[in-house]
Design a protein around this ligand. Structure first.
Ligand SMILES: Cc1ncc(COP(=O)(O)O)c(C=O)c1O
Length: 278
């Protein structure tokens, strides 16, 4: 978010943020004219779903290209280029690497567009070194296997959390009552390994809960073989002000939970004991 809220405006790039659960509003904004429509679906951290095909149609009509951040879904679960996007980006640090031990980024799409970025990157830095490139390439060999487990476990965990009295809201597109469930079913093969939920309480309760988790690493990342959890307030969205987080619909008591490949019964037991301690 900081790139769009602070950095791009500093380069005199006009940015208009849209509420991603309102497709009509997005279409209206796109029709006013723009060069790039940048989307992320499911979104970080509240897993909102954007209809990729619909937004690509609106962008094409306005002569804009579409860039889709596919990090949360992974290429196993979703392929935005097949739905009309021009470029797809991934934080390869996450599911592609899969082991939280290398950082990198990946861009895929139309050759002439990728070439432009490749040349810019060549001169401006951000080239991947051989060691992380090797770890990411090796991690990708097990991507499908990991995602199969992570999709299944995340759904079970989301369903469990939804029925718990100390959890006020669960955000996971695989849940039938998720507002984006129908679109997610259309455009995704699986709903991914990341979910988020808010506790029925304040940030102090979140801190207490996280301390009680025994099988989970508290970290800002996601997409690893090991389950990772953290409050967006002090991890992924720490750079934003409270007002900006409010604007993006990020509750104070939100916890992002990235499911690993551990036995799901163990993870459920761990959540149960941590919630019971509140
Ligand atoms: C959806 C999404 N895209 C991009 C990034 C940026 O990743 P990196 O730090 O590997 O550049 C993140 C990191 O959290 C992310 O969650």
């Amino acid at each position: 978010s900081k790139i769009f809220l602070d950095f791009l405006p500093a380069y005199r790039v006009g940015v208009k943020l849209c509420e991603t659960s309102n497709h009509e509003e997005m279409e209206e904004e796109i029709a006013k004219g723009c060069d790039v429509v940048y989307i992320e679906t499911p979104t970080n951290p509240t897993l909102k779903i954007i209809d990729i095909r619909r937004i690509c149609v609106a962008a094409k009509r306005a002569g804009a290209i579409v860039i889709a951040d596919n990090t949360f879904a992974s290429p196993i679960n979703q392929n935005p280029i097949q739905l009309g996007a021009d470029l797809v980006i991934h934080s390869a640090t996450k599911f592609l690497c899969g082991h939280s031990d290398a950082m990198g980024g990946l861009l895929a799409g139309k050759k002439e567009l990728v070439k432009k970025v490749f040349q810019f990157r060549e001169i401006n830095g951000a080239s991947l070194q051989a060691d992380p490139a090797y770890l990411i390439a090796r991690g990708m060999k097990t991507l499908e296997l990991r995602l199969e487990r992570q999709n299944a476990s995340a759904l079970k965990i989301a369903q469990y959390l939804q029925s718990h009295s100390k959890v006020s809201e669960v955000f996971y597109p695989g849940l039938e009552n998720h507002p984006g469930h129908a679109i997610a079913k259309e455009q995704m093969r699986g709903f991914g390994g990341v979910l988020s939920f808010s506790l029925d309480g304040n940030y102090e309760m979140v801190k207490k809960f996280l301390k009680k988790l025994e099988l989970v690493h508290l970290a800002a990342s996601l997409g690893s073989v090991g389950t990772l959890a953290g409050p967006p307030r002090t991890t992924s969205h720490v750079e934003l002000t409270e007002a900006q987080r409010q604007m993006l619909g990020i509750p104070e008591s939100l916890i992002r939970y990235s499911v690993g490949i551990e036995n799901v019964e163990d993870l459920l037991e761990d959540l149960e004991q941590a919630l019971a301690a509140l």
